[in-house]
Write a protein that binds this ligand. Structure first.
Ligand code: GDP
Ligand code: MG
Length: 531
């Protein structure tokens, strides 16, 4: 952007947009109206008064600049065509402000001045601004809206160039920003000067310039230069008044926005809610949500579910019977179905312990704002919709966690299950043996096994006791393994739910606050850039 006013307007507009984004529609409207008012202007947006000298080669533009300055600023060429470089004669105090404009124009040659009469003036001697040559018209057309004035320079021979007047006619919308100089008046008598001035003025009126300002002067002899200079000084002062008013209007508009969101005009912006207070609110609300979602309970259910699955596929006959019973009676659904437990979080309590800390913190944040802004900002903070959105995201968190939850199987469990069946078969065999012995009334001889420490024991007893012991041992090992697997999974699920709940509370419960703070920072940036 080459125009300092555009930069300031842009920050006002972005501040207005920030205010609008947090519900401050009235403040935003007022700021945008101010931006539109200030933006309705022509000329250079800064405080410098920028004037360009235009006219055919050899009419004396460079000589005029030298006459204004009182010394040689720009080289005067007696021989045409000239190879002049574009040059700017710049009030030192405004140099920084016009630097982007000069860069855009490709002016590399800058001469600073501290002329008290033209203390804010920037005069451009642009040799290629030759109004008549069509390839240069586009340049003038582009240039005019960006500067404050163009001084068309002619000489007694060239001032009534028909093409020039045609061109001026096409630019009559800029009439009030055009000035006219007929140079080389030393070649004219007094009477001729008056006649030339009148003639040019009437031609300009005919070309659509209602009140043309015409100076007939001589850059070299000095006649009329002071009057012309005084005219420029007056225009420069008028511009300064306008620029000051624009700056003040802009400052006021941005200041009003800053006040609406309690952004100090000078100091750094502080958050509406102290970060430690915010952290406390998040902690309280998170703990409240965790009390209802109960990730520890989910973890217990995960462990039970893993154990039930291990028993189902790797348990003894008795273990399987117990698992089946648990399934039939619904016990398993109640205590070993973590997905259902997650999804049923709403049955375990209300969200009061989540909502109250969030609302309290948001109300406290809004209290730092001026009363007029509070209702709209509270709305932007989302104070009224906290319950609905928190419920929704907790549903999301639990649904996602439940969807991803898989109770694992182990390749070991079915192998153990097959072993258990074998052992069960041995147990039945031993029982049958005893029944046979009982029926035979002790008539059947029984094999005896010699065991260390225990001595000789009947075979059926060894088989019976051995199968019971082995089954119990395998059952214990499977339980141990399932416990390890279950605890690991439970820890993962619990951590995920805790994390999800905290994020949900922070992003949703306090998301509005984050947006309001972002808007306040944007407005603070605008305040800083409009300085
Ligand atoms: N007689 C007379 N000659 C002038 C006057 N101003 C400029 N000239 C001459 O006109 C020629 C072109 O001047 P210059 O300033 O280089 O014109 P530019 O091409 O418009 O920048 C030079 O020879 C100057 O000496 C003036 O007021 N009177
Ligand atoms: Mg020149």
């Amino acid at each position: 952007m080459i125009d300092p006013l555009e930069v300031r307007l842009e920050s006002l507009r972005s501040a207005a947009a920030a205010a609008r984004s947090i519900g401050l529609a009235d403040a935003a409207d007022a700021a945008e109206a101010a931006a539109a008012r200030v933006g309705e202007r022509a000329g250079f947006g800064g405080e410098a008064y920028v004037m360009a000298l235009a006219g055919g080669t050899g009419v004396g533009k460079s000589s005029l600049l030298n006459a204004l300055a009182g010394h040689t600023v720009s080289a005067v060429r007696a021989v045409r065509p000239t190879t002049d470089e574009p040059l700017a004669w710049v009030a030192a105090s405004r140099r920084e402000e016009v630097a982007p404009l000069l860069a855009w124009l490709g002016v590399r040659h800058v001469v600073e001045h501290a002329d008290p009469t033209l203390s804010a003036a920037v005069i451009l001697d642009l040799p290629d601004i030759d109004s008549v040559r069509t390839e240069h018209r586009a340049r003038v057309d582009e240039l005019l809206p960006r500067i404050d004035a163009v001084t068309w320079v002619g000489d007694p021979e060239k001032y009534d160039d028909g093409r020039l007047h045609g061109y001026i006619r096409s630019m009559d919308e800029h009439a009030d920003r055009m000035q006219f100089v007929v140079n080389k008046a030393d070649r004219l008598t007094d009477a001729q000067r008056v006649a030339v001035a009148d003639d040019l003025a009437s031609r300009l009126v005919a070309s659509g310039i209602p009140h043309p300002r015409v100076h007939v002067l001589s850059a070299i002899a000095g006649d009329g230069v002071n009057e012309w200079k005084a005219d420029l000084a007056g225009a420069s002062e008028a511009k300064a008044v306008l620029a000051a008013k624009r700056t003040a209007d802009l400052g006021e508009a941005i200041g009003a926005l800053a006040d609406a969101v309690a952004v100090p005009r000078r100091d750094a912006v502080t958050p509406l809610l102290d970060p430690r207070r915010l952290e406390r609110g998040i902690d309280e609300a998170t703990n409240g949500a965790l009390a209802v979602v109960d990730p520890a309970g989910v973890g217990r259910q995960v462990r039970s579910a893993v154990l039930a699955r291990a028993r189902g596929s790797g348990g003894s006959l008795l273990g399987r019977a117990v698992a089946l019973l648990g399934w039939l009676t619904g016990q398993r659904r109640r205590s070993a179905d973590p997905s259902a437990y997650l999804l049923g979080w709403r049955r375990r309590g209300t969200l009061g312990r989540v909502l109250n800390p969030v609302r309290a913190a948001l109300v406290e944040a809004a209290a730092a704002l001026p009363p007029a802004a509070r209702p709209a900002v509270l709305d932007a903070l989302g104070a009224d919709s906290v319950e609905a959105v928190v419920t929704r995201v907790l549903d999301e968190v639990t649904t996602e966690a439940a969807a991803d939850l898989r109770i694992p199987r182990s390749a070991v469990w079915p192998v153990v299950g097959a072993l258990q069946l074998g052992i069960g078969a041995i147990f039945v065999l031993a029982l049958a043996w005893y029944v046979t012995l009982f029926v035979a009334g002790g008539q059947v001889p029984v094999a005896v096994v010699e065991l260390p420490l225990l001595g000789p024991l009947p075979m059926p007893l060894v088989l019976l006791a051995g199968s019971v012991l082995a089954s119990a041992l395998l059952g214990w090992l499977v339980g141990l393994h399932a416990g390890v697997v279950g605890r690991r999974l439970a820890a993962r699920v619990t951590a995920r739910v805790v994390d999800g709940v905290r994020r949900a509370v922070t992003e949703v419960g306090f998301g509005g606050l984050a947006r309001v703070e972002a808007a306040r920072r944007a407005i603070a940036d605008a305040v800083a850039s409009a300085e």
